[in-house]
Design a protein around this ligand. Structure first.
Ligand code: SF4
Ligand code: SF4
Length: 62
């Protein structure tokens, strides 16, 4: 399983929607950047993909 952010698309601190909506707190802000903090917590709800208007998030289930 992997949760990844495409930084060529991500709007970072101007957005931050994924940090706000993920019920498992997979994302966090670190060094002024939105990062995947702990992908092992992911429950595949896909809410982050729904809110990311930039289509920057990939959630892969192995
Ligand atoms: S929702 Fe998408 S664009 Fe917004 S911070 Fe998260 S990854 Fe970046
Ligand atoms: S799929 Fe759900 S649990 Fe996983 S990172 Fe996205 S919002 Fe969080």
């Amino acid at each position: 399983m992997a949760v990844t952010i495409d930084y060529t698309r991500c709007k970072g601190l101007d957005c931050g929607e994924c940090v706000d909506v993920c019920p498992m707190e997979v994302f966090k802000i670190e060094n002024n950047r939105v990062v995947v903090a702990d992908e092992e917590l992911c429950t595949f709800c896909m809410v982050c993909k729904d809110v990311c208007l930039e289509n920057a998030i990939e959630v892969k289930i192995d």
